[in-house]
Design a protein around this ligand. Structure first.
Ligand code: SF4
Length: 411
């Protein structure tokens, strides 16, 4: 096979079906009122909502769709005109802008006219404050309860008092959720959902781990697409069924020595958010340079090994308080060091995302410290997750080409 050519993942067909089924089920619930809808932040208390029988919708996933189909830049100015700064999260501004305009990518993708109206809004500030303000907007708009967890960030370690505080906040949500759901809480259902979510986490981690093979079985850009079920359907068996299919395909690739791209020569780590509107362009750029971006902080953010169905509240509190984004640089440097070694990485790419300081890790000296510690170079890519006005494709191509050249010269 021609060097640099990308190998398509066959399971993409099933992925499309699973995602369509997820959105169509929600639309059906809105129309027939057979199920209630909870909106949840991406690393919020989804499992608790599922145990009450809510269908769970994620505004961040919707915003990523706006980024991927490159309509985000049409909607961001609308939110700006309503007082939401262009400097804050462009997921938030594109999603709220689309809502104000009354448009959604779900219409073109699935024939769904509107995003599903929430019965309750759930959040966790473990990732940033923006999700709190985002949900607050919709709480005012839809006049529905907003419940959640306020988790400390930039933690030196996950302290037991933080776990206790988070556990208490989770438990406090139960009576309010009972009111909205119109049914009592059942701890056994909660345990079951958490067990399914834990299995999803293990399967997703196993999928990502296949990238440690040489050549790598999957790229970061593929993983950004295939992480959909781990984000929006964790806690539901359908996600696990999908990951078993994907895992089998990737294991097969590893066994046969087939890589995600032909002729892999360099292996990179991606830190920070994807540039959703340029996933394909970036995938093609790196393949052309025979470079595989194969491991990332971002895709690993939906791995929650601490879930324990025997102790559902406390273990869920611990899992969601331990996520990478909520820790200090010391933790993050140790984490990246481990991943770089495990995946045999030659260089690190830091996406400095204009509107998301929370998922941008090169601004406080980390890149230089890790360069010294690991002895591998890095490149900062300036851009944004959704606002393509902050991204120069030409400049990025030039910088990436120079970076790869530098690596080739040093080898
Ligand atoms: S972590 Fe960043 S991208 Fe995600 S919701 Fe918060 S500000 Fe937006």
């Amino acid at each position: 096979m021609e060097n640099g050519k990308r190998v398509e993942i066959k399971a993409t067909k099933q992925l499309r079906e699973v995602m369509a089924q997820y959105f169509l089920e929600m639309d059906e619930a809105v129309k027939t009122k057979n199920k209630k809808i909870a909106w949840c932040t991406s690393v919020g208390p989804a499992e608790l909502a599922l145990s009450f029988g809510f269908l769970v919708y994620y505004p961040e996933n919707h915003a990523a769709m706006l980024g991927s189909n490159r309509t985000a830049s049409d909607y961001i100015p609308i939110a700006n005109a309503h007082g939401y700064s262009p400097d804050i999260c462009s997921y938030l501004t594109s999603d709220i802008g689309a809502y104000i305009k009354g448009e959604t990518p779900l219409t073109k993708a699935y024939g769904i006219q509107n995003i599903p109206r929430p019965d309750v809004l759930l959040y966790n500030t473990n990732q940033c404050r923006d999700v709190y303000d985002w949900m607050s907007y919709y709480a005012r708009e839809f006049k529905v309860p907003m419940l959640g967890i306020n988790t400390p960030r930039t933690q030196r370690e996950v302290r037991e008092d933080v776990v206790r505080l988070t556990t208490a906040q989770l438990e406090e949500m139960v009576p309010r959720l009972e009111e909205v759901a119109g049914r009592p809480f059942d701890i056994d259902e909660f345990r079951e959902v958490l067990a399914i979510s834990l299995e999803c986490s293990h399967l997703w981690e196993a999928v990502l781990d296949t990238a440690s093979a040489k050549p790598s079985s999957i790229t970061f850009f593929d993983a950004c697409v295939h992480m959909g079920p781990a984000v929006v359907m964790r806690g539901r068996k359908v996600a696990n069924d999908y990951y078993r299919i994907l895992l089998e395909e990737l294991k097969e690739r590893v066994n046969q020595g087939i890589g995600a791209m032909a002729g892999e020569r360099h292996r990179f780590y991606w830190d920070g958010m994807p540039i959703w509107g340029k996933l394909r362009a970036m995938a093609e750029l790196f393949s052309r340079l025979k470079s595989c971006v194969l491991v990332s902080t971002y895709c690993n953010s939906w791995v929650f090994p601490a879930f324990d169905p025997k102790d559902p509240f406390q273990s869920m509190a611990r899992a969601y308080s331990s996520i990478f984004i909520g820790q200090d640089d010391n933790f993050k440097e140790n984490y990246i060091t481990d991943m770089v070694k495990r995946f045999g990485v030659d260089g690190i790419l830091y996406h400095d995302s204009k509107c998301c300081p929370n998922n941008t890790n090169n601004r406080y000296g980390m890149a230089d410290r890790l360069k010294e510690r690991l002895g591998i170079p890095y490149l900062v890519i300036n851009g944004d997750l959704n606002d393509l006005r902050c991204f120069s494709e030409e400049q990025t191509i030039t910088n990436v080409e120079a970076f790869v050249e530098q690596i080739e010269e040093s080898q």
